[in-house]
Write a protein that binds this ligand. Structure first.
Ligand code: ADP
Length: 340
């Protein structure tokens, strides 16, 4: 059995202090021999000795400050790596792995952190796989239920069952779509003008309250590498939400297209209930709903925005929320320049 020699941060600090003390003793002796003794024996003029003393003390002080800073920087480097790791994990980067460079307490802490991150990763992968397996397995019984429903006499119970089956189907296809997008499939990029697509989807919501206002700001054509069908899905999800969460007295939903850094930005702004600050980071997570009872009433499962996020990532772009303190929200969809 090999016994791993562990070092301790406190041990290292004690060593540094001991080395400093020995150095201090040596330097004091040096001062005595080089300056004090010659002055006492009249071999050196006191003013010169004083100057030497000042100069040497200043150099010594600077040397100590510089060395301490370098030593502490090196000693605390693992803590900085760990801090970066914690920040990245907090931002949702599950692939984080902090390099373990020491075998002291910081090393132990780093190893524990890496084990924890790996466990979280494993749990999430297992959860996702379970969801996908269940979704696949549910497809056949759902098809059988739909066939059985066709054979039932038309009545209120049949209508209710049909609504439930349709809801389950929507949820399952949403989940499977999310998985397809994550696996890097489901998006085929073709160079095309996005303005007609945005215009067409916006027009299909024009007759639903509170209405849609399209602002092209002089932009007549924006050619990008996009999957037209997936762009329609993103636009529909955003407009559907904007309509769903608008209030009776809300202003019309505003859809704008503008150019940015060679790419484009599409903004969907509503004047609805708004999104609380504490939920702003989580709304793109699958199954996250701000108010579960409210969302259930409006028929949502919290999958729409996570699908939008995956679609935009597959385009090399992004989707973000700009919330306002009060009513209304703006979703900002950014596409990179074509050919990037
Ligand atoms: P859902 O199908 O439940 O609407 P989404 O993923 O599209 O799922 O949205 C997640 C949650 O974010 C919603 O349940 C809702 O609470 C909130 N949300 C999304 N868009 C808006 C919006 N425009 N205004 C207010 N809340 C919104």
């Amino acid at each position: 059995m090999t016994v791993q020699r562990r070092s301790s941060v406190f041990g290292k600090l004690a060593t540094i202090m001991a080395v400093m003390m020995v150095l201090l003793m040596l330097i004091t002796t040096g001062f005595f021999v080089l300056l004090v003794q010659p002055t006492l024996h009249g071999e050196m003029d006191p003013a010169t000795a004083h100057l030497w003393l000042l100069g040497l003390s200043l150099s010594l002080l600077l040397g100590v400050v510089f060395t301490t800073q370098r030593v502490l920087e090196k000693l605390l480097r693992p803590l900085r790596h760990l801090n970066d790791g914690v920040t990245r994990l907090g931002e949702g980067d599950l692939a984080v792995n902090v390099p373990q460079t020491t075998r002291d307490e910081f090393g132990t802490l780093t190893a524990a952190f890496n084990r924890m991150a790996a466990r979280v990763r494993e749990m999430i992968v297992t959860r996702d796989q379970l969801l996908i397996d269940v979704s696949h397995e549910l497809r056949s019984p759902l098809t059988r239920m739909k066939v059985a429903l066709e054979l039932m006499p038309d009545n209120e119970q049949k209508a209710r069952l049909a609504t439930d089956v349709a809801e389950m189907e929507r949820m399952i296809s949403g989940l499977l779509e999310l998985e397809r997008l994550r696996a890097g499939k489901g998006v085929t990029l073709v160079r095309r003008d996005i303005v007609p697509i945005v215009r067409e989807v916006a027009a299909s919501y024009a007759n639903r309250a509170p209405g849609v206002e399209l602002a092209l700001d002089g932009v007549s054509e924006v050619v990008l590498d996009v999957d037209a069908e997936q762009l329609r899905t993103v636009m529909r999800n955003l407009l559907e939400n904007a309509v769903k969460y608008s209030l009776p007295d809300s202003r019309a939903i505003r859809v704008s297209v503008s150019r940015k850094n060679g790419g484009a930005v599409v903004r969907v702004t509503d004047d609805g209930v708004g999104i609380p600050a504490e939920d702003a980071e989580r709304i793109f997570e699958p199954f996250f709903r701000v108010d579960r009872s409210r969302s259930k009433e409006s028929g949502g499962y919290g999958l729409g925005l996570s699908i939008c996020k995956r679609v935009m990532e597959a385009h090399g772009g992004s989707i973000t929320l700009q919330r306002s303190n009060g009513r209304g929200s703006t979703f900002v969809v950014a596409f990179p320049i074509a050919g990037q």
